[in-house]
Design a protein around this ligand. Sequence first.
Ligand code: FES
Ligand SMILES: [Fe+2]
Length: 341
Amino acid sequence: MTAFVRNQWYVAAYSQEVGDDLLGRTILGEPVVLYRLRDGSVTVLADRCVHRRYPLSLSHRNGDQIVCGYHGFTYEPTGACAYVPAQTRIPRTARVPSYPVVERDSLVWVWIGEPERADPAAIPRAPWLDRPGWAVVRGMEPLAARYGLLVDNLLDLSHETYLHGGYIGTPEVAETPITTEVDEDGAVVHVRRRMKDVECPPFYAKSTGIAGRIDRWQDIEYHAPCLYLLHSRIAPTGVEPASDGDDSAACHAEIVYAITPETPTSTLDFWMVARDFAVDDDEVSRYLAESNRTVVLQDVVALNVLEKVIAAEPEGYQELSINIDTGGLAARRLLRKLAGQ
Ligand code: FES
Ligand SMILES: [Fe+2]
């Protein structure tokens, strides 16, 4: 099993999901509650009352405080307890842990590990999610499978041909070899697949309006453990970026996933598609949101099956890996290293 990697930033939610309501999520097995304070900042606390463990996410707010829904222990946004029922002395240990949190690029990042090691500068960026000139569609699907299976899935896109035919898959995706590079210090895996003069899948034909054959680039940048970026370039075949770097004749989609382990066998699968074409076209937004969700659910169904297969298999079963797995194997190795294994 891919071990959990602690002392890392993880996406707990989209910014737009965190408001006045108390939002409960589980990250690396730790239940947390997220909410937005009156000053607009986000607070993240352990989602377990120190008294009898009642989830704070099922409780209610009193201003910026949370009042436990069971017996009324009342917590400040720092996690310190400000009130207990029927006595004036508040026990010194009446406090729930609070988590370092940073909102960036429309994502709410939470540090899971030792708080004093949290460095916001280490958070990988996905600037297109929050940038003028780009349109974004997004969603989150719960996955009943370990996060390592989603990492494998996203680092080997040859599966698009077989699992996502009719959406993003065409024969050439599986046929075109990849190149892989690993940045050990930055914990980043790069996988590139550059396809020339190939069929345009419906996902891009309908959204870009490009008719005919295309050059299609898939440049993956996986920042272990949580952030996955797929830089997708789609252009009529033969249209290259200009020598000064201008690439405005091509369409670009930035496909972003945040892979947040929930439990050892479940994962929060945050998916986003940012694009620099047809940005004001709501019809294109609707189409991409619906198609991408369908594609994500095709993966979810397959990975949920694989989780069951793994649970039932005998100890020591050996997979067979080939060239297409180079990126996935590099990611697994990085994750083991980060987990200290
Ligand atoms: S469980 Fe929260 S006050 Fe008792
Ligand atoms: Fe997929």
